[in-house]
Design a protein around this ligand. Sequence first.
Ligand SMILES: CC(C)(COP(=O)(O)OP(=O)(O)OC[C@H]1O[C@@H](n2cnc3c(N)ncnc32)[C@H](O)[C@@H]1OP(=O)(O)O)[C@@H](O)C(=O)NCCC(=O)NCCS
Length: 217
Amino acid sequence: MGDLTIRLETEKDYRAVEELTRDAFWNVYKPGADEHYYVHQMRNHPDFIPELAFVLELDGKIVGNIMYTKAWLEDERGMRKEILSFGPLCVAPQHQRRKFGKILIERSFEAARGMGYDVNINFGNPGNYVSRGFVSCKKKNVCFAVEGNFPTALLVCELVPNALDGRRWMYIPSAAADCCEDRAAVEAFDATFPPREKAWRPSQEEFYIYSHSSVVR
Ligand SMILES: CC(C)(COP(=O)(O)OP(=O)(O)OC[C@H]1O[C@@H](n2cnc3c(N)ncnc32)[C@H](O)[C@@H]1OP(=O)(O)O)[C@@H](O)C(=O)NCCC(=O)NCCS
């Protein structure tokens, strides 16, 4: 397998992580990708948690990384609980499906528990997460604050068993990813990387279905 090391990201890693992110996400969820711009911006956002930004090196080269922001749950009385949300999580395409993603999730969850966090919520493709302890938000009674529904792609992982007690919670994500709404800035940043063709892939339709549907029963 080679020599695997997992450690916190440093400033010297920034560009390599952005290149990796672009490579891992390119054409997966949309033609092209925004996630490398998100990574570039999120490090300056107050919700970013540098203590949980890990890189995975294989023989000294970065082949994976995970980054987190704060997020929140709010109950019906208005009580707020700070939780985590990770993403981007990336593994270099040529090294995917070798459990590197699993290593990054498990190592960072361990660190997160040490910081006192007990819940992580992600909006993503269930296939990537259900074998890592994530369940549908419906099962934990966590709805999406904006629409009050239970999106198929909204997945909850309790870092501490039974951290959620069954009461109704609304999930409030960080606004850190809103930077990607500035399309001119995303495109200008992407232009600093080698040109690459944007194309349709079936995974884009798969994610459209997950992200536009809800669990109702
Ligand atoms: C998602 C990603 C991070 C997973 O990392 P990875 O190292 O490839 O994943 P792992 O080897 O740890 O396995 C992840 C899980 O994917 C699923 N999986 C494995 N092989 C699969 C395949 N051929 N097709 C679909 N799902 C598969 C399984 O659930 C697997 O867990 P299990 O084998 O323990 O049951 C990586 O594929 C990636 O970077 N993808 C592009 C970017 C992305 O989508 N990131 C996540 C959104 S933030």
